[in-house]
Design a protein around this ligand. Sequence first.
Ligand SMILES: [Fe+2]
Length: 338
Amino acid sequence: MLFRQLFDQDSCSYTYLLARDYGGEAILIDPVLCKVDQYMKLLKEMRLKLVKVVDTHVHADHITAAPVLRDRTRCITVMGEQSSVDSVSQRISDGEIIAIDGVSLTALYTPGHTDDSYCFLMPDRVFTGDTLLIRGTGRTDFQGGSASEEYDSIISKLLTLPDDTLVFPGHDYKGDTVSTIGEEKQHNPRLQVEGKAAFIAVMENLNLANPKMMDVAIPANQQVAMVQQEIDEQGWSFSAAKLRDLLATDGALLVDLREDAEREKCGYIESSVNIQYNNIDDALAENGVLKVLAKGTQKRLVFYCAYGERSAMALLAARETGIECFHLKGGMAAWSHR
Ligand SMILES: [Fe+2]
C-alpha cells in the first residue's frame, strides 16, 4: 500500500494519501485548500487517479480542498450524514465502508469534537481526525461539540481497538506524527482521569481562544456543493417531477451511478441500469457499456446518483465523448423527497 502523511504548517493539519500501488486509485483524507497544487503534483508523479476525498468533519481551522479537487479531477467528495454542508457527492454513516481499489476504510461515527466527527479505520491503523490527538483530544466547545460524547467515542470506540493500532491524527502542534492506541491509553494526559465527569471537567476548563480562521473556514467548508449552473442553463438537468413524467411515457433510460451499499440502503428507481461512477471511463470508452447503451436507445439517457454530483460529472464526461445525456438534479435525495 502507498501511504503519505502530508502536513500544512499554517493550520498544523495532516492530510493522508492512500492507494494500493502506483498507477492505481487514490483517496485523500482531510485535504487543505492551500495545498491543492502539491497534491495534484504528487498524484501526477505517483500516476494516481484521485477517486475519493473524505473530510473527517467540518473543519474550523482550515478550508477543505475537497470541492476544488472534485472540480479538478472529477473525484467524489465524502462526508458523514451528520455534516451540515450544502452537499457532498456521497454521505456515510457509522460502520459503512469507503472503498477504492485496494483500500478500504471503515467509518466510525465519533461525535464529541464536533457533532459530525468521524474516524476511519483500517486493519492496522485509524485516522482519528480531531477526536483523538497524540497526547491530546480535540476541543469540544463549538460546532455541536460535547465532552461527554467525545469521552464515549474515545473510550468505547477508539480505545477498544487493538493496542498496536497506529493512530494518525488530523492535527499535531508539537511535531509528533503517529502514535498507537496502546500509547495513548497509557500516556495521553486527558485520558488519565477518573471517569467521564472528570474528563468533562478538564474539557470545560480549557479556555482556548477560537481558531483564527474559524469565521472564514466554517462557512467556506459548509458551502462545498458542486456548482451546476451551466448544466442547468443548458437544459441538461431534470427535476424529479420532470423525470417522473418522462418515465410515465417510457421516455427515459436511467443509469444509477451509485455503489451497491447505497442502492441497498436508499433504494433505487425501477428499471435503472447500474454503472458505478468509478467505472465511468471504461463505460465511455469505444464499445464501453454506456456507448453501446446510448447507441441502442431512442430514450433520453439520464444519470442519477445520491445527490446529483456524480451524475453531473458523468454527464460532462459523457457529453465530452459525444453522448447526449441528462441527469436527475439532486439525485435520489430529491427523488425521494416528495
Ligand atoms: Fe476540527
